[in-house]
Design a protein around this ligand. Structure first.
Ligand SMILES: [Zn+2]
Length: 500
């Protein structure tokens, strides 16, 4: 894959020495490298990290909000040092009431909740869909509230931080992973249409180990809201909490008795009305691997080479009206909405992946993606969204499965820069104005670097200047989720190949 030369990660801004008036017009377009994060504070309502810059003395450390930093690994280092490995789990608020009690306690938010929420975001979104505006106190509380209220509290526990490598719990991690794989294999017998997936456990369990998604929170095909509402009856789609405990008491697995019952044909597999039965001829035949990466969480890759236009997997979630996504964007903000909802074109419907999701959530972003998304008729009322290979993918691509999640924002980004002529170096003008935006680090030739400019009305006070607000606001968005489908064309998949 063609890549730009590696560049350093961050523009450095000296808060201790404000530029003179006549220099303010000239953006500092130098990029500086973060050596480490060595402290944090709350300024205004925003969490600021104290940055030690490589090649500069400690006197020249500066305070930066998270959105200005492109060094997730350094932040994870800092955050894991900050939490007390022996008791951080007890500090996680287990209910909305417990969370509300912490609202005024900035110390607890800064030292306990923010680090855990940071790790939770990494775990849930796998570095896949990242949106700006996360580092204010109110956003951390908002995000935590969403996690608790959508039955995803496991995300707060999901980064396991061992005391030391000889800790006996580290040994249990391997046993838990073996059992997770075993139960996944058993479950997948009943969802033969879904790609077979293997988890890769790292040889050494270091300072952070990410929990794989609990099987009780996975879907293997899209379901209607009606099925979702009946989940207590059709329990194999939506297993209740398991009796098998794992890290920190997270209930990872579906109840083994459900699998027993399925295997003894005591239950029929719940099937959406009019949906084709793919057990006899599975559409997806490519095995996949799920492996974890420090500061990025889990990433999905192919288990073997594929040809161009190979259907790889379908995206799953609860099929809901797009109005639900728009409401979520207003209530819960960009990070929740854009990582949860995917448009089903021409239908006013979308996949809602707040409570349940599938392994496609672990497909990372690239500005030159290996994969796209097509609409596929599966016999049901709404078409499936199917991830497929845009070209042959083999070891020369590291068997990467990647999607361009941000192409829908490029028009907005261009419009923004047309209206707001940057004085120099467009990306640095955004840093200078304190605008939250997403700075892509995919290093591909075609990478536009600015993926997205935040439109949220949320207050954020950067250290030097008041935040310059973008002209757009949330109301101008026509859909509160991601649009991933290449086109409105609908395909069939026959014998593992697309047909128009
Ligand atoms: Zn990029």
């Amino acid at each position: 894959m063609a890549k730009k030369p590696t560049r350093l990660t961050k523009k450095r801004k000296r808060s201790s020495c404000a530029p003179k008036q006549n220099e303010q017009e000239i953006a500092d377009t130098n990029v500086y490298e973060v050596e480490s994060i060595c402290g944090q504070s709350i300024q205004g309502n925003t969490i600021q990290y104290e940055v030690k810059w490589k090649g500069y003395s400690e006197d020249e450390n500066t305070s930066e909000p998270e959105f200005r930093l492109n060094c997730d690994d350094k932040i994870v280092n800092y955050v894991t040092d900050l939490i007390d490995c022996t008791n951080y789990i007890e500090k996680i608020p287990k209910s909305i009431e417990a969370l509300d009690k912490l609202k005024a306690n900035k110390k607890a938010i800064l030292e306990d909740i923010a680090p855990i929420a940071y790790l939770a975001q990494t775990t849930v979104h796998g570095g896949v869909v990242k949106f700006a505006i996360v580092d204010t106190i109110s956003n951390i509380l908002k995000y935590s509230r969403y996690i608790i209220s959508s039955d995803q509290l496991y995300a707060m526990y999901a980064a396991y931080v061992p005391n030391d490598e000889k800790n006996e719990n580290v040994g249990n991690v391997r046993k838990d992973m073996e059992q997770w794989q075993m139960e996944l294999d058993r479950l997948q017998i009943h969802f033969a249409d879904y790609p077979k997936l293997k988890i890769q456990v790292p040889d050494t369990i270091r300072s952070v180990f990410y929990l794989p998604p609990p099987l009780s929170h996975l879907l293997f095909e899209p379901v209607t809201e009606e099925t979702f509402e009946k989940r207590k009856v059709r329990m194999y789609h939506f297993p209740p909490k398991a009796n098998q405990l794992s890290f920190h008491g997270i209930q990872m697995f579906i109840k083994p008795s459900h699998l027993d019952a399925l295997e003894q044909n005591k239950f029929e597999r719940a099937k959406e009305t009019d949906r084709l039965d793919f057990r006899k001829s599975p559409r997806f035949r490519v095995p996949m691997k799920l492996s974890q990466h420090y500061a990025r969480g889990y990433i999905l890759t192919l288990g073997e080479d594929v040809e161009q236009n190979t259907p790889l997997m379908l995206m799953a979630g609860v099929i809901r009206p797009q109005a639900v996504a728009n409401q979520c964007l207003k209530n819960d903000g960009e990070r929740v909405a854009f990582s949860s909802f995917i448009e089903i074109p021409n239908s006013n419907m979308c996949l809602d992946r707040r409570e349940f999701h599938d392994f496609s959530k672990y497909i990372p972003h690239s500005c030159e993606p290996t994969c796209g998304v097509r609409l596929v008729n599966s016999g049901a009322e709404f078409p499936d969204l199917v991830v497929y290979s845009l070209h042959a993918i083999d070891a020369s691509y590291s068997h990467a499965i990647t999607l361009d999640y941000y192409k829908m924002f490029q028009k907005d980004v261009k419009q923004y820069f047309n209206k707001n002529k940057p004085s120099s170096g467009k990306i640095f003008s955004l840093y200078d104005q304190g605008i939250d935006f997403l700075h892509c680090q995919c290093f591909m030739e075609k990478c536009p670097e600015v993926l997205y400019i935040a439109r949220s009305k949320e207050e954020c006070t950067p250290p030097l200047k008041k935040k310059a607000k973008t002209a757009k606001n949330q109301e101008s968005l026509d859909f509160g989720g991601l649009k991933l489908a290449d086109s409105d064309n609908t395909y069939m998949i026959i014998d593992g190949e697309f047909e128009e």
